[in-house]
Ligand binder design. Structure first.
Ligand code: ADP
Length: 395
């Protein structure tokens, strides 16, 4: 019997889970407990092609974890679990790789709560819930930030007083590291180049979006910063802007700095610009029907992304390939085309047919013969977490 890893991604109002058979890379069962903390929490489960939804008795994370494990037990899958792998958003400077969870590890994750006040507490609840429910199983933490601990100082320090870094941990941490690690390995395989001698610019474009320069399998620069707010235009996040705006907006809107930052996180980006949606699919549909705001939001997203691809290229001695991943990167041929058109100056040219065909789970080159390579790779963060967990448990 192969290793079966239960992957848990516990967020502020939801817990996603999947049970993965690592050798075959198959997902046996998966699901989502959502609306936790809200009125009616529910648990959706997908097993053998069927979806089931049940109401949860209480709307907290503990009840959801118990319900998930009960569901696995009822289907006879509980005994098959070898270990539990948890996604943890922030590992600060404590963790540069995945790790078996011990009391010391839990303390270090707690110390990172001020850096990720919404995410890390939810991740911790997922971990403690699992530790209570299945104390006999090894548990592993896999961090979003860990991959970027290889950033050189010139890339992670902000040009602010050094005490802020030394005393308050103010620096670029970077996120989406689990996805980047998976995607770079797949890209190296697909392009048949050794990962230890590779140079990629990789754009992870989902609801959150970021871009990373990866040299020989290590992150050397990335667009998200101290928090996931920095960098690209995202679904509801502004990405880069003049930090002086926070003082100005605080005065004119009569709101404190935290409220402004909240609006930059939740009411900005594609949603703020379009006034319509944070969802790229909806914006593309609206734009096709002539909605000027949707069109403009997409153009701004594309412009910022192209600018960042150029900037990230400077962090590398050469670029072997530009990689697109995440819901938008994997599916929106029209957005990728627009980005590559802006990048003609860097030698990228789209292969229209290949680009149009590469959607919905397909991966492959989308650049033409004359172009530098641009490739679409499907990410799989759950599988990456399962593989890390299996590797640590085996060793
Ligand atoms: P998350 O960051 O929440 O994991 P995803 O990686 O699933 O999100 O990406 C979600 C984004 O991908 C949404 O903006 C969605 O509209 C977009 N997307 C998914 N499919 C398509 C598509 N066919 N065309 C354009 N955008 C798409």
């Amino acid at each position: 019997m192969g290793l079966h890893i239960l992957v848990i991604n516990s967020g502020s109002s939801s817990i996603k889970f999947s049970l993965i058979e690592v050798n075959t890379q198959k997902t046996i069962i998966s699901g989502l407990a959502e609306k936790l903390g809200l009125e009616k929490a529910i648990l959706h489960t997908k097993y053998n092609g069927e979806t089931q939804t049940i109401d949860l008795e209480k709307n907290n994370h503990e009840t959801a974890m118990q319900a998930i494990l009960k569901t696995l037990g009822e289907k006879g899958l509980g005994k098959e679990i070898t270990a539990v792998g948890h996604r943890v958003v922030h590992g600060g400077e404590y963790f540069s790789s995945s790790t078996i969870i011990t009391p010391e590890v839990l303390k270090a994750i707690e110390k990172c709560v001020p850096y990720a006040p919404l995410h890390n507490p939810a991740n911790l609840i997922g971990i403690t819930g699992a530790l209570q429910a299945v104390p006999e199983l090894p548990q592993v933490a896999v961090f979003d930030t860990a991959f970027h601990q290889s950033l050189p100082q010139h890339a992670y320090l902000y040009a602010v007083p050094m005490e802020w870094y030394k005393e308050h941990g103010v620096r670029r941490y970077g996120f989406h590291g689990i996805s980047y690690r998976f995607v770079m390995q797949e890209a190296a395989k697909s392009l048949q180049i050794p990962l230890e001698n590779s140079a990629f610019v990789c754009a992870h474009l989902g609801n959150g979006a970021s871009i990373t320069a990866i040299l020989n399998g290590k992150s050397v620069d990335t667009s998200m910063g101290f928090t996931p707010l920095e960098g690209l235009v995202m679904g509801t996040r502004s990405g880069d802007l003049d930090p002086a705006l926070i003082g100005y907006l605080s005065d004119v809107l009569k709101k404190d700095a935290h409220e402004i930052v909240d609006m930059l996180n939740k009411k900005s980006g594609l949603l703020g610009l379009s006034g319509l949606s944070n969802d790229m699919r909806e914006l593309e549909a609206a734009s096709a029907k002539g909605d000027e705001h949707a069109k403009m939001a997409i153009e701004i997203f594309v412009f910022r992304l192209a600018k960042y691809i150029a900037a990230m290229s400077v962090s590398l001695p050469r670029v072997d390939a530009l990689i697109f991943t995440g819901g938008i990167g994997e599916n929106s041929a029209s957005l990728r085309k627009k980005v590559l058109e802006r990048l003609a100056v860097l030698g990228y040219f789209v292969d229209e047919a290949a680009n149009n065909e590469t959607t919905r789970g397909k991966s492959g080159l989308i650049s033409n013969q004359q172009s530098k390579k641009a490739i679409v790779i499907n990410t799989n963060e759950e599988l990456m977490i399962a593989m890390d967990t299996a590797a640590l448990v085996k060793s």
